[in-house]
Each structure stands twice: as structure tokens, then as C-alpha cells.
Ligand binder design. Sequence first.
Ligand SMILES: [Zn+2]
Length: 400
Amino acid sequence: MEMKETEIEKVVRQVLQSMMSDQEQERNQRDFNIPKISRVAMLTGVEHYEIQEYPIPQLGEEDILVKVEGCGICGTDAHEFKGDPFGLIPVVLGHEGTGEIVKMGRRVKADSAGKPLHVGDKVVSCMIFKDNPDITMFDLNKQNVGGADVYGLLPDDSIHLNGWFADYIVLRKGSTVFNVSDLDLYSRILIEPCAVLVHAVERGKTTGILKFNSRVVVQGCGPIGLICIAVLRTMGIEHIVAVDGEQKRLDFAKEMGAERAVNFKDFHGTEELSEGLKAAFDGKLADFGFQCTGSPIAHGNIYKFIRNGGGLCELGFFINGGDAKINPHFDICAKEITIVGSWVYTLRDYATTFDFLKRAKGIGLPLEKLITHTFPLERINEGHRTNLAMEGLKIAIVNM
Ligand SMILES: [Zn+2]
């Protein structure tokens, strides 16, 4: 007896369907649950987000539609919220975002590292390549992301869904995208800020002074300084002294891997503070310093904490905080200090950060505790105000 070809196809399809796992069936099902419109939080004026709705556009062959799960509020967002220094308004902000792929163009097969991509995978995005020939996937370290476009810092356009403070975002052709399904939501939200510190520590290492047995001072225990301590700790560095003026943050610095903590409010003047720091290093000055505050006074002070021939990485000044007073004779020449600056990250640092987060978790550093407050999208104005009030550490918009 012969089966007709169409019957064979039918049977094959039935067999395939029965082989499809529940998970896959659920994924296919989810495709039908994509709404026609998406909410975005549009910053329409200073200190004013408006929840607006836009149609979810047709995807191109290389586009990816992501359902946003969460996005951290960055210092950059805070500055933009407060006064639009980058002139982006109206804009959908949010660049520390992550979510789940709900639909993708026919030609999307793998992420920027070559890892397969499927509907249901959790992703983050880094820079958008556009037509800059200096950034190529074959030399991930070539250019700093500071010179590239990033979702959440693009002016509003005809697609609108181009920032992570939204229900959905369209990652367009030419974007970097990474499959980070093996990280939990809070870790994924922290990838972007952590990449800043992975980069800073890489910059520090270029001096040849920062080693696993170095004595390192980290000045400033906001999210940046705290993550800096964690990155150093995952490098195997044990002698880390944290400096800040708030005891709560100093206590947290110890949880993040600092051996000792110095509260600058316990000392009068830089000389005395420098002695306090020396005591914390059992009578020696630091080999290396990371300056993680935006305070010009703090920049001037940190030279006094570093030994002759030591090194310094300055990464605290994401905006112009004014001029700092230093003494070139005592602070730089006579000490022969090697100074490096650090600015955001390269694509390579971004990819390295995924493993940093796993290592940090593996040695028990409670990075997830950095996210102290979460707000749903419709309360984003409140979220930003909480951020400006410096009430917590990392504030995140979470859509789940
Ligand atoms: Zn950021």
C-alpha cells in the first residue's frame, strides 16, 4: 500500500509535534500573546516621564523583539532626568536593560558571540555598530563604547521602542546582542554597570602595578565603588581598603570583599586620614588606588594614600565635577605615580562581565543586594526621584 505524499507530510508533522517539548510548545504559544502596542516611558521634559503607547512594528529579517523584564537607573539617566545635559528629550531612556526574546527575524540565528539564539532566551544588548568601521566583531577591544550608539540613549525616532524603560524594545539589525539566559534577572540588570568596573580594573592592570597581592584602596562606596571591590576580589586580591563617609556603605563594602573600611569622617584633614589608611594596611600605603567618587576633593586626597611608585585609576568623573587641586611635585613627580583614566567599557569587557557575575556569586559576594529598590514602569518618575534622593544604591525598573 502506498501513502500519498501529503499524507506522509501529515504524519511527519504529527510525529514532530509530539516530539516538541512542552517548553517549545509554550514558546510557540507565546508568539500569539504579543500585543499590538507597547508602553514606553518617554522623558518629555525635565523631571517628567510620560507613559506613552506605540504600535509594535513589523520586524525586519535581522531584528529582534524583546519583552523587557527590567532595567537599572544609571547615573547618566539621573543627569538626563534632572536637566537633559545631552539634549535628548523627547527620549526613551534605559540602557541597563534585559529581557526575553519574544520574536525574531528569520535571519537571526546566533548572538554576537556566536551562541545560538531562540525565542524565550534572555538577552542584553551592548553597542550598535551602524556604519563605524572601527568597531568590528573581530576586534572586540578596538573601540570604547563611549563613541558608539547604545539603546536607551538614542533620540526618539519613528520606531520609538529604542530604550529599555518600556514593555518592549526592538533590537535592530547591526546591534550587539548576547544570550545571557544562564544569569538571573538581577545579575542581568547589573551587567552594564559591572562592565564599567571590569574595564576599570583592566585599565588598572595595564600599569603593571595592580597584582593579586597588591594593597588596593577603593575610594567611594556607591554602586561603582562597591562593584569595583567585588571585581578586585574575584581577581583574588585580598588587601582591599574601602573609604567612604557613610558607615552603612562601608559595612556593605566589607560584604563585597573589602578587608577593612575607613570612614573619612573619623579623621580631621588629609594627613590624618592618610595615617588612618596606613593603619588599615598595617602601616603601609596602598600600591594602587581606584577613585570612584565624583568629588574633586576626593581626587586630590587619593594621591596621599598611595605609595611611591604606585598606581591610580580615576573613574569617578562621569560628568564634569570641576577642577581638582593636586600638588604635581609631591603627588605625581616625587612619587612617580602611574595614572590611568577609565571610561565606560569595550565590547570585550562587556562579554567578560557575564563570567565575572558568575564568579562573584560563586565566592559568595552578594551583588544582588546592590538593587535596593524596584519600581514598575508606571512609577518611573518616583523611581528616579528615589534615585536623586540617594536613598538606596541601585534603583531598577522591573516589569515582572
Ligand atoms: Zn549606565
